[in-house]
Design a protein. Structure first.
Lengths: 118, 109
């Protein structure tokens, strides 16, 4: 069965600190997608990144970076020089193999609530 | 481009009442989903659909029903509301990335 574990329930940092959110997943599929979503206090779910299982290159987008390691089944998310606006709940998710390029069901982790204090 | 639209955004129900949460997407996506989000529990899949006329149960389907008569619409029905169904409900559609609606906050008293 597929499973996503975000062991950190809550993290609190002071502005400008770097912070890493951990995500560990389980799947028997060889083809799958991994995602990160952000849920700010307003409640909507904001897509951050999608990574397919064949692409282990790390990705950087501004202050955000992602480290995908198949050997440890991890897809960790780092925010560099955190800001108050980064305060949100962050979800890691795993998708079953896509069909006809339309994607499959997403299984979500429990989420990590990040609080960035000024 | 409206994306995924859910209505209503807020609703209070009494135990035993019925209601339908509406979901419409205008992106012609075949895959659609209903998730519920409880505090500290992440999102749990209730039902999903891979296309018009096809629906299937997710992880927590009890107490809910769905239908998918068109590609655009995927309503979620609560037949006999219970306090355990107090939650925030998200509809989504998928084309490689999940597009979420804004959520519907349902309280059952």
């Amino acid at each position: 069965a597929q499973k996503v574990t975000q062991a950190q329930t809550e993290i609190s940092v002071v502005e400008k600190e770097d912070v890493t959110l951990d995500c560990v997943y389980e799947t028997r599929d060889t083809t799958y997608y991994l995602f990160w979503y952000k849920q700010p206090p307003s409640g909507e779910l904001v897509f951050l990144i999608r990574r397919n299982s064949f692409d282990e290159q790390n990705e950087i987008s501004g202050r955000y970076s992602w480290n995908f390691q198949k050997s440890t089944s991890s897809f960790n998310f780092t925010i560099t020089a955190s800001q108050v606006v980064d305060s949100a709940v962050y979800f890691c998710a795993l998708s079953e193999p896509p069909i006809y390029n339309q994607g499959g069901k997403l299984i979500f982790g429990q989420g990590t609530e990040l609080s960035v204090k000024p | 481009n409206a994306g995924v639209t859910q209505t209503p955004k807020f609703r209070i129900l009494k135990i035993g009442q019925s209601m339908t949460l509406q979901c419409t997407q205008d992106m012609n996506h075949n895959y659609m989903y209903w998730y519920r989000q409880d505090p500290g529990m992440g999102l749990k899949l209730i039902y999903y659909s891979v296309g018009a006329g096809i629906t299937d149960k997710g992880e927590v389907p009890n107490g809910y029903n769905v239908s998918r008569s068109t590609t655009e619409d995927f309503p979620l029905r609560l037949e006999l509301a219970a306090p355990s169904q107090t939650s925030v409900y998200f509809c989504a559609s998928n084309a490689g990335e999940l597009f979420f609606g804004e959520g519907s906050r349902l309280t059952v008293l």
